[in-house]
Structures are given as structure tokens and as C-alpha cells.
Design a protein around this ligand. Structure first.
Ligand SMILES: [Zn+2]
Length: 190
């Protein structure tokens, strides 16, 4: 059944304040996230944006959201890429701190070890997706969230042109955060 448009346009919930944010971080520590996670990974605790705007549907038909300036930059970049024959499809954009906790909980419930989970998923509070400035891309003919994205025309286009729109690759090979190489993850910094 199709979701009514009004419902889909409601922005995802965010933590009300710093206390709520820290409560989620503490729940993650209770699940096994090391208390010194941020310091040892050189990752900072992120804040969720006050304002979010829809940026279109992802490949699963879910409406995705970014903070307004990042959304404008993304729209310009996707237009330019399309013009050059590269299709930038969305896999994920804003994710709340609470949603990230749910990802960790689900993986633990499936029997994964916390160390293995934290190699591919940021601990709640530390994901760049919390900022509403980052996007995971895919493109037709390539599996989503797999390294093979780096062989796509879309990735080649991003390497050459993303900086013109304020976007940068956050997790190159051998990054200082001990996060697996993510050719699909781009963050707006302008
Ligand atoms: Zn990402």
C-alpha cells in the first residue's frame, strides 16, 4: 500500500537535546561500544541538524532527507552528473543517532560481534550521516554499498567533480578512522 504523501513528508525524528543524544550514546556503550571509541577512532560526536528537507527517494522508494544547504548542493551535483551521463542514485542520506543504535542492535541480534560491526558501521552518535550532510550513492548496474562502485562511471565522475559542489569522499582506503573503504559515501563540507 502506498504511503500517503503527507506522512512521507514528515522529517525523521531527532534527539531533542544534548541530554537525549548522550542517553543514546550511553545505550550504545552498554551494548559494547568502547567508551573511548571517539578518541581512538578520531571521530567526533555529531549533531543532528535542526532543519531537514526531502531530497527525493532512494533506490528502495524511501524519501531521504538532508539539511537545506547540502540538499541544494546535492541537487546541483546530481543534475551535473546526469548531464554527463552519470546517474547518482541515493541509498541513504540523513540517519538519526537513534536509528544508528537500531542498526547496531539488529546486527548484534543476528549474532555479529561488536568489533566486526564497528568496522563497517559507525557507533551511534559518530556517524557522519547524523549531520544531514552526507549521502551514500549507487548507480545502475552496480551493487549498492559494495567496493565495486569504485569501478562505475558515477564514481569516476564524483572523483573528478564532487569537490566543485563541496562534496568529499570521507573514508578512502587506509583512513585514520579504521572504517572500511567506502567509495559510495560523500559528505558536503562547503
Ligand atoms: Zn555512508
Amino acid at each position: 500500500m502506498a504511503t500517503p504523501v503527507g506522512e512521507r513528508r514528515a522529517a525523521p525524528a531527532r534527539c531533542r537535546d544534548a541530554a537525549a543524544r548522550h542517553a543514546v550514546v550511553e545505550r550504545a556503550i552498554a551494548l559494547g561500544v568502547p567508551r573511548d571509541y571517539g578518541r581512538t577512532r578520531h571521530l567526533r560526536l555529531q549533531r543532528e541538524p535542526v532543519h531537514l528537507v526531502p531530497v527525493g527517494e532512494d533506490i528502495h522508494g524511501r524519501v531521504q532527507w538532508l539539511q537545506p544547504a547540502a540538499a541544494r548542493a546535492l541537487a546541483r551535483m546530481r543534475d551535473a552528473a546526469a548531464h554527463a551521463g552519470a546517474e547518482l542514485q541515493l541509498v541513504s542520506a540523513f540517519r538519526s543517532i537513534d536509528y544508528q543504535l537500531g542498526i547496531i542492535e539488529r546486527k548484534l541480534a543476528r549474532g555479529q560481534a561488536i568489533d566486526a560491526i564497528l568496522r563497517v558501521s559507525a557507533a551511534p552518535g559518530y556517524s557522519e550521516h547524523h549531520t544531514g550532510r552526507c549521502v551514500d550513492f549507487t548507480t545502475p548496474g552496480f551493487a549498492a554499498l559494495e567496493e565495486e562502485f569504485e569501478r562505475s562511471p558515477a564514481f569516476r565522475w564524483l572523483r573528478r567533480h564532487a569537490a566543485e559542489f563541496g562534496f568529499a569522499l570521507s573514508y578512502p582506503r587506509g583512513n585514520a578512522h579504521a572504517i572500511a573503504y567506502e567509495p559510495w559515501h560523500w559528505c558536503w563540507h562547503a
